[in-house]
Design a protein around this ligand. Sequence first.
Ligand SMILES: C[S@@+](CC[C@H](N)C(=O)[O-])C[C@H]1O[C@@H](n2cnc3c(N)ncnc32)[C@H](O)[C@@H]1O
Length: 269
Amino acid sequence: MLFALLLPTAHAQQQYFDVPFVPTPYVVIEEMLRLAKVTPQDYVMDLGSGDGRVLITATKRYGATGMGVDLDGDLVAQSLASAAEAGVAERVTFLQQDLFKTDLSRATVITMYLLPGVMMRLQPRLLDLKPGTRLVSHDFHLGDWKPDVTTQIRKNTFLWIVPAKVAGPWQIKAALPGDQQDIELELRQRYQEVDGHGKFGGRHAQIWESRLSGDQLSFVMVDDRDRENEAALYFEGRVNGDVIEGRVRRGTGNAQTVHAWRAVRPTGK
Ligand SMILES: C[S@@+](CC[C@H](N)C(=O)[O-])C[C@H]1O[C@@H](n2cnc3c(N)ncnc32)[C@H](O)[C@@H]1O
């Protein structure tokens, strides 16, 4: 009978916590914060913050501010006490809160030691965060979203940098030698992996070596308007919603020239 009475409570507890409390070892915390390149400008959020150790380290060692959320009220109380003891209570806060109901928009860095199913449920929200937000995870992946960096020091640590959304058509104006050039660009994107093609001088143009890291996009096209004087065009730019702006280097070494470029999404598409 006693067993029968206890069973629903134990079951409810199991339902309630998506992940059990297992603290991240300090060397792994150091590696997570190193990978994320945490600075005093960062606002770090630890999702399922346990005894608060990740955030207290981020605040104490790296000067960051931040917030941890955990469903377990005892762990939240313990975290608040540890933050006070470490002298960082002003810069870090811990809330008893469900990570799935937490507004993540303020975070510049998110740390996680969760479980695969929880990571997968979080994935769409993480992908929608501000481009450039760094996500670090102890041990667990974000499904088919490949990490930007993986390291292993006793445990696996993964870093993802939330990519800007660049898929689709763009119209580039580039102040290249000779004349201002209108270039059409069509980008395909899978998370931070980007490729595509363009139209340059009325002809099909391949895009090479494309990279996207947060809001920083780079790719190469070949300027073949004059077959006797071909050169690679190294585009670098910052994506800001429907605009990309940056510079393009034409050629290399002492033959290199640098020019401004700007791309917008065509209206009506
Ligand atoms: C594996 S521990 C990680 C603790 C800490 N982040 C660390 O790395 O040391 C996971 C934590 O997530 C908390 N947790 C589980 N489900 C949660 C949820 N839905 N919302 C907030 N916290 C949750 C657990 O109480 C536990 O403390």
